[in-house]
Design a protein around this ligand. Structure first.
Ligand code: DON
Length: 304
């Protein structure tokens, strides 16, 4: 496969594409990022790297962190976790409250905000220093100690957390949040405000393309059965009410964030990260989705 030629072709196409999306503004600090930023980084399991643009510039990973949080909670708790959070696509926006009311405070899946907040509640219960432990875990996946939060993004989201506070209060009223809601929210926002580049995310996600083994030393840090399940949840729930569209157009498991990043992976082949801040109405990077659709179209490879 001539990945270099394909990545160059995507780069060339992007120069003539007009986007209509908008950079996220409900977390004011995210709105300060230039809309024209674009990075793409493909990391092949055989160690080949193909990239262009702002692929080494760090950006706010936002909901992409929900994959790391879920992984850690699955390692700590096992199947018990899925008594408190389901694994069904929600078909609703990522910050929606409606289903919780008639589904007894059990979120549809771990990648909508409600589900990620339950995951954070589990991490607060199980870990002495959840913030540090999670950062250590991500640094280990990425084989990189230079991964941290952006304090301005953290403070900015903290000041505008009305929705997430509502979700926590509603779930607490159903008994599905065990800890103090401020502590759970603090961990959730901490994870969302982590910054990583396309290159770093592609490396960190390689464990999900490599059956749970770190590519750089082949240590099995996630059992392969759990990786199968995490990839399945990425495929069915990684893009909120656009998960069907992403499967239809791209055909890979993946996860997006409102910082404009999307990570996707082809098990046994590669991981790929794109970053472009303007979001479509469903909160997913408009040009990111386009580029990944081109990648699977031009390679003729998807999991289907
Ligand atoms: O809770 C929030 O609203 C953000 N910290 C994360 C949302 C997000 O990234 C949804 N992604 N598309």
């Amino acid at each position: 496969m001539n990945y270099q030629k394909i990545i160059t072709s995507i780069q060339n196409q992007l120069s003539s594409i007009q986007y209509t999306g908008k950079v996220a503004s409900y977390i004011p600090e995210l709105e300060t990022i230039k809309a024209t930023k674009f990075g793409m980084h493909l990391h092949c399991i055989n160690s080949g790297h193909y990239h262009f643009g702002d692929n080494t510039e760090k950006f706010s990973i936002q909901s992409i962190s929900k994959v790391f949080a879920l992984t850690k909670a699955m390692l700590l708790l096992g199947d018990e976790l899925f008594e408190r959070v389901d694994v069904e696509p929600s078909g609703d926006p990522f910050n929606s409250l409606v289903q919780l009311e008639y589904e007894s405070g059990i979120p549809r899946n771990p990648f909508i905000n409600a589900g990620a907040l339950v995951v954070c509640d589990v991490l607060v219960s199980k870990l002495e220093n959840p913030k540090n432990d999670l950062l250590d875990f991500i640094q280990k996946l990425a084989d990189n100690k230079n991964i941290a939060i952006n304090r301005k993004v953290f403070d900015s989201e903290k000041k505008h957390s009305y929705r997430n506070m509502s979700l926590l209060n509603l779930m607490k009223s159903f008994g599905n949040i065990k800890n103090d809601i401020d502590i759970v929210l603090d961990l959730y926002i901490h994870l969302c405000s982590i910054e990583m580049s396309c290159e770093e995310l592609s490396k960190a996600f390689m464990v999900y393309a490599n059956g749970g083994k770190l590519l750089y030393n082949q240590e099995q840090i996630i059992p392969s059965r759990k990786v199968k399940r995490i990839n399945a949840i990425m495929l069915t729930c990684g893009f909120y009410d656009e998960a069907g569209e992403f499967g239809f157009r791209v055909g890979l498991p993946g996860k997006s964030g409102v910082g404009g990043g999307i990570v996707a992976l082809y098990p046994g082949q590669y991981t790929v990260t794109v970053w472009s801040p303007p979001l479509n109405p469903k909160g997913n990077s408009e040009l990111g989705m386009y580029s990944l659709e081109q990648l699977t179209t031009l390679t003729g490879l998807s999991i289907f």
